[in-house]
Design a protein around this ligand. Structure first.
Ligand SMILES: *Cc1c(COP(=O)(O)O)cnc(C)c1O
Length: 424
């Protein structure tokens, strides 16, 4: 009787799922109040802010709530909440299909995924990383008492410079963690060569790069393994979540066990493991958002185009370009505020914050200027000149499925007024 009721309820919710339209994501109406034209129109000079509510960088992209809720109902009715449930298995399958990679091990967040990958690769001693990245790239190593060694970036791409990596290698070095910053592929071929010549493991922090390609191959297929973050602020989210993907079956198997305390069957533990499991509700969010991924890309791409068109005529700032011959998620609108721009980067950010546009100074001031690294290596900055300079100049602007192109035009008009006003 009870089983019958469950079966009916389940088929009903699956029926609902099929009836919900696949795609509901589209740009919302514009929220900007006005287009500032002169200095007196700016909020830093006392005018009403451009936006009534804060406009954030990384406001979550959310797919169909009906589809998500139908899946949530299935989870509750099945009582299967975690531990390799049907949602997780389907989610890992869809990720593998999407990226063309052999293995996906989904996890509770990107940081734990980095830590498990580092353990599974048997990294120890020193590991070379960029300093110009989110601090979790370094912390994931430090948390396991591996010493992150910071190498400089190529100022043109803002990605790790393979020559700088070579210079940081010592007898204690066991690996390299590259980052595909802003979703633009790191120099994977050169880094693979550095790793091969020096007998090092190579992995990538691909937290920014879900759905992005390098040489036509999706990120996720390079190095020994690659790590994604599916945090709420990322292009593709599962509330919190992450994954390690790899074409190495044995490595994947090791990480599957490590994700679940090292259990290989009931009562049998063969590794020091941790709890890195992704919950069923997170996987359900992932399945739902995957269905709307193409819409998110389309919206981000349109926003990127609007920013590019508006910024083209503005001297002293340049926007980081995405290679249109690759797959991109266009999640980060990255401005380089050069010394030619009439106001400083920090003044520009203050002016935008006054308008309720919460632009960010990612990844200022660089990991080497944050604790504990700042105390460990007080002179690290001497070998990181490009990191220091770029971190002083970059501003990341809001985009995503809650932005309208008119909002973007209004935001850029703030920059235009700053650029032309002597009193700004
Ligand atoms: C977001 C991010 C992480 C951390 O991922 P979480 O899922 O938040 O733990 C690591 N590295 C980079 C580059 C990131 O942007």
């Amino acid at each position: 009787m009870k089983n019958d009721r469950m079966a009916t309820a389940r088929s009903k919710s699956v029926g609902n799922l099929a009836a919900v339209p696949m795609s509901t994501a589209s740009a919302p109406p514009s929220r900007a109040r006005k287009t500032p034209r002169v200095a007196a129109d700016l909020a830093i000079h006392g005018a009403v802010p451009l936006f009534a509510e804060a406009v954030h960088v990384g406001r979550p992209n959310v797919g169909s709530s009906e589809r998500f809720l139908a899946r949530a109902r299935d989870i509750l009715e099945s009582r299967w909440l975690s531990n390799n449930g049907p949602m997780l298995i389907e989610f890992e399958t869809r990720i593998r299909e999407k990226l063309g990679v052999k293995n996906c091990v989904a996890m509770c967040n990107g940081t734990i995924a980095l830590e498990i990958a580092t353990r599974a690769l048997d990294l120890r001693g020193e590991v070379i990383v960029p300093s110009y990245t989110f601090v979790a790239t370094a912390h994931a190593l430090q948390w396991q008492e591996i010493t992150p060694i910071f190498a400089d970036i190529d100022p043109g791409t803002q990605n790790l410079d393979p020559d700088a990596v070579r210079r940081m290698i010592t007898p204690r070095t066991t690996g390299i963690v590259g980052v595909h910053l802003w979703g633009r592929g790191a120099p994977v071929e050169e880094l693979a060569e550095v790793a091969a010549v020096n007998n090092l493991r190579l992995m990538f922090d691909a937290s920014h790069g879900f759905g992005c390609s390098h040489g036509g191959t999706f990120l996720g297929n390079f190095g020994d393994c690659e790590v994604f973050s599916f945090h709420a602020t990322k292009f593709f989210n599962t509330f919190e979540g992450g994954a390690v993907v790899t074409n190495d079956d044995r490595l994947a198997e090791k990480m599957r066990l490590m994700r679940n305390f090292g259990f290989s069957g009931y009562d049998h533990v063969i590794y020091p493991g941790t709890n890195g499991k992704m919950t069923e509700i997170a996987a359900a969010m992932g399945l739902t958002n995957l269905e709307d991924l193409d819409d998110f890309v389309a919206i981000n791409r349109a926003n990127y185009g609007a920013y590019r068109d508006e910024l083209r005529s503005l001297r002293g700032v340049s926007m980081l370009a995405f290679d249109e011959s690759e797959h991109n998620n266009y999640q980060y609108i990255v401005l380089d505020v050069t010394p030619e721009f009439p106001v400083s980067r920090d003044r520009l950010v203050d002016a935008l914050h006054a308008e309720n546009v919460l632009a960010r100074k990612y990844f200022w001031p660089g990991c080497h200027n944050m604790e504990p690294y700042r105390s460990f290596y007080p002179h690290a900055g001497l070998v990181l000149p490009h990191t220091n300079r770029i971190a002083e100049r970059v501003v990341v602007l809001p985009t995503g499925s809650s932005m309208h192109p008119d909002d973007i035009r209004a935001i850029v008009s703030v920059l235009r007024v700053l650029a032309s006003s002597r009193t700004a």
